[in-house]
Design a protein around this ligand. Structure first.
Ligand code: AHM
Ligand code: MG
Length: 341
């Protein structure tokens, strides 16, 4: 179907292609779309701009350091974690398009207060991923996953949150790095936008990102080696050793922020791994807030994501804060690790 408006495909210089315009343009194929999805994304982008602005001033705004609380994951809560979480909740609950939310920082699902109307979407998020990097000026990010509600009635239910990754309507992340970037997919193509702070808009900078079939880096916390299962140790030794075809050795990169490690893997290829080990029997990363949204993006960009046993997107969640091992990135690299497990 032809676009009903004459803005045309993005020009090579991408001038004027804001995130909002891009979503509207891509929605032209759905004549029944009422703009709810666009409005929801507007609020996500707004939250990203507010959090990004605070992150940039962190040392000046008195938001570095810890709150003194411990979250549901048993982790120390940073002031910025709390700020990011509150910002996302406030921006989304007032949108009118959400019936329930879930956050890595909250034990239970988060309802929409009475004064606001509810809508057909469910948003799950890790408000500030990479907590340990907040105070040291290293890239951090927000990860989000959007589902269509399955319940009826005003309020959403836990069932709305516990849907498998393959039925996500959209997923994305906002990275607070040397620039602020908003990367999203609705399942068919991954698109990246860079914030132009002078005009306060996310502008299209990375259209239709594709993960290379194979990369030349591996990403894993090598400090955990003593806890690894044998297969992981053997795979790491294998990627580090030169081979006759000169495919190996791979370089090693590890930021310790999933958003940053995944972003690099998405653009350059390679593989990011957070396995189950003797310390974390089911892995460290959370299925709903980290693994599933990143897996949705990886697959939409031509990559793969596995728990080592199955496709991440096929896992039926049983609880909000479920953890899962994660092997994600270039298709051939993910296949290679799986062979060692
Ligand atoms: P967080 O969501 O509390 O920040 O924890 C998740 C982070 C990921 O961003 C990152 O990939 C991983 O934990 C790093 O863990 P480790 O420090 O054990 O390597
Ligand atoms: Mg996280």
């Amino acid at each position: 179907m032809q676009p009903t408006v004459s803005w045309g495909p993005p020009a090579p210089d991408q001038i004027g292609w804001t995130l909002e315009r891009h979503i509207l343009y891509r929605q032209r194929a759905f004549p029944d779309a009422k703009g709810e999805f666009t409005a929801l994304f507007h609020q996500l982008a707004l939250a990203g701009k507010i959090i990004g602005s605070r992150v940039t001033q962190a040392g000046l705004a008195g938001v570095l350091g810890v709150t003194g609380d411990v979250n549901v994951q048993g982790e120390t809560v940073q002031k910025m974690d709390e700020f990011a979480n509150a910002t996302l909740i406030r921006c989304l609950e007032s949108s009118g398009h959400v019936c329930i939310m879930a956050s890595e920082e909250n034990e239970d699902a988060i309802g929409v207060p009475e004064q606001f109307t509810t809508g057909k979407y469910v948003v799950l998020f890790d408000p500030l991923d990479g907590s340990s990097n907040i105070d040291v000026n290293i890239s951090i990010g927000t990860i989000f996953s959007v589902h269509r509600r399955v319940s009826t009635g005003r309020d959403g239910t836990l069932k709305d949150c516990l849907q498998k990754g393959s039925v996500q309507v959209a997923a994305g992340y906002i990275m607070y790095g040397s620039s602020v970037m908003f990367v999203y997919t609705t399942g068919d193509g991954v698109h990246g936008f860079t914030l132009d702070p002078s005009i306060g808009e996310f502008l299209l900078s990375h259209e239709d990102i594709r993960i290379p079939q194979r990369g030349n880096t591996y990403s894993i916390n090598e400090g955990n080696r003593m806890h690894w299962e044998e297969g992981i140790a053997k795979w790491v030794d294998w990627v580090r050793a030169p081979d006759a075809e000169k495919v190996h050795p791979y370089g090693h990169r590890y930021v310790g922020t999933l958003v940053a490690d995944f972003h690099r893997t998405l653009l350059k290829g390679g593989v990011f791994v957070y396995p189950a080990d003797k310390k974390n029997r089911t892995g460290k990363l959370r299925l709903l807030y980290e693994a599933a949204p990143m897996a949705f993006i990886a697959e939409a960009a031509g990559g793969a994501a596995s728990s080592g046993k199955e496709r991440i997107l096929d896992i039926e969640p049983t609880e909000l804060h479920q953890r899962v091992p994660l092997f994600i990135g270039s298709k051939d690299d993910v296949k290679d690790v799986e062979r060692f497990l």
